[in-house]
Design a protein. Structure first.
Length: 216
């Protein structure tokens, strides 16, 4: 498992352990409260990513990052630069998802907390990179369309039910999930080009690799 992914997982779980130990009202102190955001409190866009409501909430986000972070981390490389670019992409998706949620609910005084928007950014990126070579697949790829449709369907179900059927967690900000997913889907290509990450190459079939298009 790539190092940057482990850093994100450890941070999610570690911050919640600290949160539980100290016992402050972290959601109010560090959550993203839309009303407060529009009054100039921008810090919540970042700090809210590290705050979770319970172990199930933190654990599900940690599992999501662990499951879907690897394709992007591998494309960005294992050097210090790759670590920084991975963590930067994660945070940007989290900030954009929080900002989008605040635009949809500008009068809300309920704190938005959790790394879900950022994790869905990783899911969006993985949707386009999850192939044996890490090639960026086009948005119109049948696999990308089907996976995106599945994630949209899951979040629509959460919106209708009012809770996550997999974890039982209520008060899910499904809008932030979808914004983070869109950020990952649409932004991963621009992020790779911005930092000059060379396109992945699909190896040509060799004499022992079978016919083109076959299983290897």
């Amino acid at each position: 498992m790539p190092g940057p992914v482990l850093i994100v997982v450890a941070s999610i779980l570690g911050f919640y352990a600290l949160q539980s130990w100290i016992g402050w009202n972290w959601p109010v102190r560090f959550g993203l409260i839309p009303v407060r955001l529009w009054q100039g409190d921008l810090l919540g866009l970042v700090t809210s990513i590290g705050v979770h409501g319970e172990w199930m909430h933190a654990g599900s986000n940690a599992v999501g990052a662990l499951a879907f972070g690897a394709p992007l981390a591998r494309r960005l490389g294992g050097q210090a630069r790759g670590y920084a670019l991975f963590l930067g992409f994660f945070l940007i998706c989290g900030v954009i998802s929080g900002l989008g949620y605040a635009l949809i609910h500008p009068e809300s005084s309920i704190p938005l907390i959790g790394a879900s928007g950022a994790v869905f950014g990783l899911i969006g990126a993985a949707t386009r990179l999850m192939n044996p070579w890490g090639v960026l697949e086009p948005l119109r790829s049948p696999r990308v369309i089907s996976m995106t449709g599945a994630w949209v369907g899951v979040n629509v179900l959460v919106a209708v039910l009012g809770f996550d059927p997999a974890t039982g967690v209520r008060g899910i900000a499904w809008e932030a999930h979808l914004i983070g997913l869109a950020c990952g889907l649409l932004g991963v290509g621009a992020w790779l080009r911005l930092w000059g990450i060379a396109p992945a190459q699909v190896p040509s079939p060799g004499p022992w690799s079978g016919p083109p298009g076959g299983e290897h």
